[in-house]
Design a protein around this ligand. Sequence first.
Ligand code: NAD
Ligand code: MG
Length: 389
Amino acid sequence: MKDISIFGSTGSIGSNAVKLILNQKDDFNVVALTGGKNITKLAEQAILLKPKYVVIADHKLLPDLIDLLKDYEFIISGGKEALLQAASIPVAVALQAIVGFAGVECSIVSAKCSKILALANKESLVCAGSLLKQICIDNNTTLIPVDSEHSAIFQCLSGENINTVDRIILTGSGGPFLNTNLSDLLDVTPEQAANHPNWNMGKRISIDSASMFNKAMELIETYELFDISAGKIEVLVHPESIIHSMVGFIDGAIIAQLGPADMAGAIGFAINYPNREKLAIERLDFVKLKRLNFIEIDHNKFPAINLAIDAIELGGLAGTAFNAAKEQTLDLFIEGKIKFLDMFKFVEIALVEYKNNKTDHYSNIEQVICQDQHTRNVVYKAFESLTHD
Ligand code: NAD
Ligand code: MG
């Protein structure tokens, strides 16, 4: 039996993981479950999985959670410190599935205290990739990506020499606006943007998929995870989301990983690593599928990818600046304060500002947090000056 903790268990990835673990009850002993605000779901999950620790990140909700679980003997706590404490309990597997920058520090702690860090929180690699990787090396922790594309690339690279790779083809569905004209993107709403054609995901990542900021984040994630130059990473639109990504080698061979658009595949792969276990997910029927399509990305319509390449070239904490600006503009878009296409403008402003105040080397999480705060302020000021004009 492996000890496992799930951070962000009440979210889309977390709930998927809970389902998988309920089907593999003999394989896992759940140590900690954590949620952000949804105490009802967290309590339900705790009753089903019987973890030792239950943590709610929003401290104000702790009394209500304690009340919901008064008949049980879990150790219940709340707040950010409690979350980091839970991450510091040694486990075989830590699944980091908190959304956004809020998950980065928790991943850093898990990298020190788990044998396998199953990482869904892509912000950890985008904002603090080199730090996270170094901590994994220092602590002998194996980092297994949960993002479907990176899980695919990881699987394609299994047993291969990274020096024989000449391209990584990162596929993306193109999101709900693949066939929408640029002019029609001007007035799209957060609800339209969150309506992903293939994947059932949390609201923020779904909107990021519509703007291609998700694919842009994944480009940086690929660069950080696989130590490959940005020039060797290609982004390819593949509307069916069947090929989760591909790796091309110097002899011209290409290895692809395929599967249904179901995150259970990548989560199950990561939490069971290095074994493969039977997973209750749909099996592909190629005769029914008939054909797979591929389309070149339209950089005019989706400038996010080129902004990510800028961030990689800037180096240092540019990934943190990129993510902070993206998260801040996403909030403004969700609140109806800016338009869909404005998000690109603000991220560009943030990267220009970062270029003028660069941090070439960083070595601790405090510097990452400081950059995140700084860039959020930059974006907010830019937004305020724009609305006052
Ligand atoms: P989600 O919004 O559905 O769930 C996020 C989880 O984080 C919830 O449990 C929430 O309560 C918790 N949380 C939110 N704010 C928090 C805070 N401040 N402190 C502590 N916990 C907090 O998100 P999701 O779609 O499951 O995505 C989780 C992560 O996985 C993201 O980084 C996302 O980019 C990545 N990811 C998701 C998918 C997917 O299919 N959903 C695919 C690939 C990668
Ligand atoms: Mg992905």
